[in-house]
Write a protein that binds this ligand. Structure first.
Ligand SMILES: [Zn+2]
Ligand SMILES: [Zn+2]
Length: 359
């Protein structure tokens, strides 16, 4: 990734201009960088966990105002059948809105300052790896102004996905047995939410001992280091025969197949890990037949306008300690932040934009 100078158009009718204060880095940004999703052409400006201050609003925007502090969340069209029934995470236009590199009409508001040529931006309709950006107004969640924006950025995609998955894709009760595969942002956010709901039997699995220590501190009763133990056997032993829910955040085909084998009868694997396009897995059909299921979730099925304020409330009450996942970096050190995330040295890197900039 390189940092370059661009000019931005005024917001389209349903857009807002935002001075980004901070943005999280999510693994999906790295999939975009690596070409795992079909972005039409590079260069492109990634970033989809932006928090900032609204500096202009499009002509059709009525519910966001200049000066509002906002968290930018995933995009949706607001008109398709899934959007109309409140399942915006499954918007029929969601993929193209996230990875098309343009607005829905194919236009882009980003131009290279050096020669005026158009470039792809509008990733997740927000391209938040930028000091200023254009964003879809309907995806902006308005924040209390006393919430630090670099903390607000932590409630973006990954944290919402983990917490939302537990709330929306599982029916947990205190006696449930929940296994979480991958103690990164998504997995640990699921853990915090399950712990908040009173689930006592939470097992966290990872290959990174530091992350497993954090999982224990956040409420995991057991941890399994997958580089030392055979995960399926360890889960079956700890759960005495199989787990009710296994939450996969890894997106590895073999991990998902093994997870199914470690479920109790009638248990469910909930999958939130993004796999490279076209990845397939194979499942034991007779294992599945015993009432077991595998389901995927995008963004934890969440309506972020409901979920994000709820999570911020819980955070303020000390029940959802998202700050324990965060490390901050100056924007200029984006490469170091990504390297630290890739190396497992940090969980949720947050980039802070320079504050001396004129909005
Ligand atoms: Zn839609
Ligand atoms: Zn994401």
């Amino acid at each position: 990734m390189t940092i370059e100078q661009f000019d931005l158009d005024d917001p389209a009718p349903d857009e807002i201009s935002v001075r980004i204060a901070a943005t999280g880095i999510c693994r999906t940004d790295l999939h975009i960088r690596d070409g795992d999703y079909p972005i039409p052409s590079f260069p492109v400006i990634p970033g989809h966990e932006g928090a900032g201050i609204v500096t202009a609003v499009g002509s059709a925007v009525t519910d966001v105002a200049i000066g509002d502090h906002v968290l930018l969340t995933y995009p949706f069209c607001g008109q398709c059948e899934n959007c109309r029934r409140g399942m915006m995470a499954y918007c029929e236009q969601g993929f193209v809105l996230s990875f098309g590199g343009t607005r829905l009409d194919g236009s882009t508001g980003w131009r290279r300052s050096s020669d005026g040529t158009s470039v792809n931006g509008h990733v997740f309709q927000q391209s938040s790896f930028a000091s200023h950006t254009l964003a879809a107004a309907r995806s902006a969640v308005i924040l209390d102004r006393d919430l630090p924006l670099d903390l607000a950025a932590a409630f973006g995609c990954g944290v919402s996905t983990g917490a939302g998955s537990v709330l929306n894709a599982m029916e947990l009760h205190p006696d449930s047995q929940l296994v979480i595969l991958g103690a990164g942002t998504v997995g640990l956010s699921a853990l915090m939410m399950a712990h908040h709901l009173g689930v006592e039997q939470i097992i966290a699995v990872d290959t990174n001992a530091d992350r497993l220590a954090i999982a224990s501190a956040l409420g995991a009763r057991h941890t399994v280091n997958a580089s030392e133990l055979e995960t399926r056997d360890a889960i079956q032993q700890l759960t005495e025969g199989g787990a009710g829910y296994i939450f996969d955040t890894t997106g590895h085909p073999n991990v998902v197949a093994d997870a199914l084998d470690a479920l109790a009868m009638t248990g469910t694997v909930v999958m939130a890990g993004a796999a490279p396009a076209g990845a397939r897995t194979s499942l034991d059909m007779n294992v599945l037949l015993n009432g077991r299921g595998v389901r995927g979730t995008i963004q934890g099925d969440a309506d972020t306008h409901q979920l994000v304020p709820h999570l911020i409330d819980l955070y303020r009450q000390g029940r959802f300690p998202v700050d324990s996942l965060v490390s901050t970096y100056p924007f200029a050190e984006i490469q170091r932040a990504i390297a630290d995330m890739d190396g497992g040295r940090v969980i949720k890197p947050i980039l802070r934009m320079p504050t001396n900039e004129v909005p």
